[in-house]
Design a protein around this ligand. Structure first.
Ligand code: LLP
Length: 438
C-alpha cells in the first residue's frame, strides 16, 4: 500500500519511517497513517473531476476517521467535509475547517445539533426526513437565517455489500423514498420555504462498493425524477450528491476500481442523463470516507500468548483487538498482516490472530500465513485506516491506542494514547451513598 516497503534493515517502513522504531517510540498497539497516500487519493478524486471539466465537491466522510489532524489534512487538500453529529462538527470547527464546505448528515439530528450547525453557518444540511425538515425550518425562522439544504433520497438501489451497511435500498432508515412520493412531497415543502434554500439531492447507496453499476443506476433514477420535477415544478437542481462507498483493498481478493474510474463513470452517466432530459449539468458532489483513509492506515501490535488446539488451529494473541478494530467482529471483515520486524521471513505456519478482549468473537484474522513468531515480533495489520480508530471503544477498559502520521521520513503524534486516568475521567464516586448527589 502507498509508501509501504521493506527497508535496508528488513523492516516494514511506511512514509519513510521504520515501523519497528515507531513501535519502540510510541508503543503498541499503534495506528500509523501514510499521509502521502491520503493526499494521493484526495488528489486523484479531485483531479479527475477537474479534467472532466465539471463543477464538483469531494467531501471527506469524516466518520471514517475524525481527528483534528486528519481534518487539517483534509482542509490542506482542499476537500469538503461530511459530518454526521455535533461531535464531528465540533472536531471540524476545532480543526478550523472552512465552514462553508461542511455538510451535515444524519437521520436523527437533534435540535441542539441543528442549532449548532446554524450558529456555525455551515455550507449545507442534508435533510433526511420530514421531522427534520420541520424542525430546521422552524429554527431558521426563529433565527431569521437561510440555510442551504440537500434532500437525502433513497433511490431503491441495493449495493452488493455487507447487509449492515446497505443504505440505498427502499427499506432503510435513511432518506426520503424516491419512488413512493415522499421525496416529491419533501421537495415541494422545501421549495415553498423562505428559509430553506434547496440546492439539490443526495443519495448514498452503500459502502465498500467495487463496481459503478449502483452509482449509475442511482444517477439514472434520480435524474429521471429531476426531469419530471423540472417540468412540473420548475425545479432545476444545482447539486447532485452521489455519496461515498468507493471500495478499498482489504485483502488481495478485493478488486476496487481506482478513484479516477469511479469519478469518470459517474460523471459520464450524469452527463448522458442530463443531456437526455435537457437538464443543465448539476455540480457533482461525492463523499468518500474509506477510500481516502482506509488503505493509508496500518495497525502495529505486539504479539503475546499463543494457544494450540491440536489438529485444529493455533491462536496467536496480540495486545489489542475489537477495542481498536471492531470490524472483524461486527462485519466479519477480512484483513491481511505481516510481521513488521521481518516481513520477508519465510512463511512457516498458519495462525489465527486473536485480540485480548474477553469475548470469543474477538478475532482479528482467521488463518493467516506467518513465519513462526514470538513475543519479540510485531504484527502489522494493513488497511485499518477507516472505521478503526473511529469505531474504537473502551471495552474491557482498554485504553484507545495513539495515532501517528508519517510522511517523508518523519513521524508526528496526532492522537495521544489514552491513559487509565482518561478512562476514569467521567466516573463519579459513590462517596456519599446512593440517592444523594456528590
Ligand atoms: N456518505 C454517507 C451518507 C454515508 O452514510 C457514508 C457511510 C459515507 C458517505 C462514506 O462511506 P465510505 O466511502 O466510507 O464507504 N462502519 C462501516 C461503514 C459504515 C458506513 C456508513 N456510511 C464499516 O466499518 O465498514
Amino acid at each position: 500500500y502507498g509508501t509501504s516497503r521493506v527497508n535496508g534493515q528488513g523492516h516494514l517502513e511506511i512514509g519513510g519511517v521504520d515501523t519497528v522504531d515507531l513501535a519502540a517510540k510510541y508503543g503498541t498497539p499503534l495506528y500509523v497513517y501514510d499521509v502521502a497516500l491520503i493526499r494521493q487519493r484526495a488528489r486523484a478524486f479531485k483531479e479527475t473531476f477537474e479534467q472532466l471539466g465539471v463543477h464538483f465537491q469531494v467531501a471527506y466522510a469524516s466518520k471514517a476517521f475524525s481527528t483534528i489532524a486528519m481534518l487539517q489534512l483534509a482542509k490542506e487538500e482542499g476537500l469538503s467535509l461530511d459530518v454526521v453529529s455535533g461531535g464531528e462538527l465540533y472536531t471540524a470547527l476545532a480543526a478550523e475547517f472552512p465552514v462553508d464546505k461542511i455538510h451535515f448528515h444524519g437521520n436523527n439530528k437533534s435540535k441542539e445539533e441543528l442549532e449548532f450547525a446554524l450558529a456555525a453557518n455551515i455550507g449545507c444540511i442534508v435533510v433526511d426526513n420530514f421531522y427534520e425538515l420541520d424542525m430546521l425550518e422552524n429554527l431558521c425562522k426563529e433565527k431569521n437565517q437561510v440555510m442551504q439544504i440537500l434532500l437525502r433520497v433513497t433511490p431503491g438501489i441495493e449495493a452488493h455489500t455487507h447487509d449492515y451497511i446497505l443504505t440505498g435500498q427502499e427499506d432503510s432508515k435513511f432518506g426520503f423514498d424516491l419512488q413512493n412520493g415522499q421525496a416529491e412531497a419533501a421537495l415541494k415543502r422545501a421549495l415553498q420555504s423562505e428559509y430553506l434554500h434547496l440546492l439539490g439531492l443526495h443519495c448514498h447507496i452503500g459502502s465498500q462498493i467495487f463496481e459503478t453499476t449502483g452509482f449509475i443506476l442511482a444517477a439514472q433514477k434520480i435524474v429521471e425524477k429531476l426531469s419530471k420535477w423540472n417540468k412540473e415544478l420548475e425545479f432545476s437542481p444545482s447539486v447532485l450528491n452521489l455519496g461515498g462507498g468507493f471500495g478499498v483493498r482489504y485483502t488481495h481478493e478485493d478488486e476496487p476500481l481506482s478513484p479516477a474510474k469511479y469519478v469518470e463513470e459517474i460523471v459520464k452517466e450524469v452527463k448522458v442523463q442530463a443531456a437526455k432530459y435537457e437538464l443543465p449539468m448539476p455540480e457533482i458532489w461525492i463523499e468518500p470516507g474509506r477510500s481516502l483513509v482506509g488503505e493509508a492506515g496500518t495497525t502495529l501490535y505486539s504479539i503475546g500468548s499463543s494457544k494450540e488446539v491440536p489438529n485444529v488451529r493455533k491462536y496467536l494473541a496480540v495486545n489489542g483487538g475489537m477495542s481498536d478494530n471492531i470490524r472483524p467482529a461486527l462485519y466479519d471483515a477480512k484483513y491481511e498482516a505481516v510481521l513488521a520486524n521481518r516481513p520477508l521471513a519465510e512463511i512457516e505456519e498458519t495462525v489465527s490472530i486473536a485480540g485480548k478482549c474477553c469475548e470469543s468473537g474477538d478475532m482479528l484474522i482467521w488463518d493467516l500465513p506467518l513465519p513462526k513468531s514470538n513475543d519479540q515480533d510485531l504484527l502489522a495489520v494493513f488497511c485499518t485506516g477507516a472505521y478503526g480508530y473511529s469505531m474504537a471503544n473502551n471495552y474491557n477498559r482498554i485504553p484507545r491506542p495513539p495515532v501517528v502520521f508519517v510522511e517523508n521520513g518523519e513521524a508526528i503524534l496526532v492522537v495521544k494514547r489514552e491513559t487509565y486516568e482518561d478512562l476514569l475521567r467521567n466516573d463519579l464516586r459513590l462517596s456519599v451513598g446512593i440517592g444523594q448527589e456528590n
